[in-house]
Design a protein around this ligand. Structure first.
Ligand code: PLP
Length: 386
């Protein structure tokens, strides 16, 4: 199993903290946003006498309400098209296991969410990357690049929309292009849409589940982790109109018995979260994104892709080895007793040698802390390169 590029520097951060240094965590997608009151209250105020298993596919009540929620997003599915999982992570693992055999191939635009590597390894599946580039904000690579890679072993294309780590939001046209080749070559089109709510500048999110005629090919991965800042609840789901996919994923779900009971209660209640909560959260993320990208662009030699969604951006730094720099800044550097932790981007690529001078920055801290963090990065780069 590959190690997580997001978590592998944790021991160095912990050591820095032991030496009394304050570490700003820009390395992980753990938002500092409050979980909605309705979800917290549902846990506090329920009178469960036994914390029993739920149904393997998830509680009926939750799935029915979830289908209603999707309908508000132009995604028309029934409770039976949904399997509730232990986070989007388990949804990905079950999906890979359900649609692929060992030795099969999955095409993924890179850089991609690093754990796709882990889930592929665990399923014996080979990731075939298509390179997207910082110079056009990591837009969808030419569709011919995908077609060139399709073999008899290719079973699926996986996208993350909006993207972690790129922040890229695919246009309707890009989704349609992918849908066309999925149909042409009889592939699954899996879309990891866990950041659906986080789209900025008035842009619209287009789900693979909205594409007419793609019903048998489309699989959506979802999660409450980011939407409601409920990462610790561990609730996600697989959504597909393809009955065989759902029937197969259900076997995986039965083998692990049940998704968490309490967390389903909280997730069901979270569906009542008022729109004002999201309006405030989006406003906050837009302000953070603008602050972060503006401050980063002021540093000589730094290039940054402008994110249109999610809460990450990839920055190119004037260093040849961002892994070494990210470790050094924790081990050997501090600016007035403070330092920052970022995720080296090489781990988000599967092509060796790519992303060596890039880092992923999560803008999950408030604006003041982001400004301080970028100042620290700037001072660190000066010293590291001197
Ligand atoms: C793109 C993406 N997919 C899936 C996940 C898995 O999240 P969880 O298992 O908490 O739902 C994450 C978590 O960071 C993510 O960024």
């Amino acid at each position: 199993m590959p190690e997580s590029p997001i978590r592998k520097l944790v021991p160095y951060a912990e050591d820095a903290k032991k030496r009394g240094i304050k570490v700003y965590h820009l390395n992980i997608g753990q938002p500092d946003i409050k979980t909605p009151e309705v979800a917290l209250n549902a846990i506090k105020n329920n009178n469960l006498q036994i914390v029993a298993y739920s149904r393997s596919e998830g509680s009926e009540e939750y799935r029915v309400k979830l289908a209603d929620y999707y309908a508000q997003h132009k995604i028309h599915v029934k409770a039976n098209d949904i399997i509730v999982t232990t986070g989007g992570s388990e949804a990905l693992l079950f999906t890979f296991g359900s649609i692929m055999d060992a030795g099969d191939e999955i095409i993924i635009p890179e850089p991609f969410y690093a754990n796709y590597n882990g889930f592929s390894t665990a399923s014996g599946v080979n990731v075939i990357p298509v390179i997207s580039k910082i110079d056009n904000n990591f837009a969808l690579p030419p569709i011919e690049d995908f077609e060139k890679l399709i073999t008899s072993k290719t079973k699926a294309i996986l996208i993350c929309n909006p993207g972690n780590p790129t922040g890229y939001l695919y246009s309707e046209d890009e989704i349609n292009k992918l849908a066309k080749i999925a149909k042409k070559y009889d592939l699954f089109l899996i879309a990891d849409e866990v950041y659906r709510e986080f789209v900025y500048d008035g842009a619209k999110h287009h789900s693979v589940m909205e594409v007419k005629g793609l019903e048998e090919h489309a699989i959506m991965i979802d999660s409450v982790s980011k939407r409601y800042s409920m990462c610790g609840a561990r609730i996600g789901c697989i959504v597909s109109k393809n009955k065989q996919v759902i029937e197969t994923a259900l076997k995986f779900a039965q083998a692990r018995l049940s998704p968490p009971t309490y967390a389903q209660i909280a997730s069901e209640a979270a569906l009542e979260t008022p729109q004002s909560y999201f309006d405030n959260v989006i406003e906050e993320y837009v302000a953070r994104r603008n602050t972060l990208t503006k401050e980063l662009q002021k540093i000589d030699g730094v290039k940054v892709a402008k994110p249109k969604g999610a809460f990450y951006c990839i920055a190119e730094l004037p260093v040849s080895d961002a892994d070494d720099f990210s470790q050094w800044i924790l081990e050997e550097f501090n600016f007035n007793g403070e330092t920052v932790m970022v995720a080296p981007a090489a781990g988000f690529y599967s092509t060796k040698g790519l992303g060596k001078n890039q880092v992923r920055i999560a803008y999950v801290l408030n604006k003041e802390d982001l400004i301080k963090s970028v100042k620290i990065l700037k001072e660190a780069l000066k010293k590291y390169n001197s």
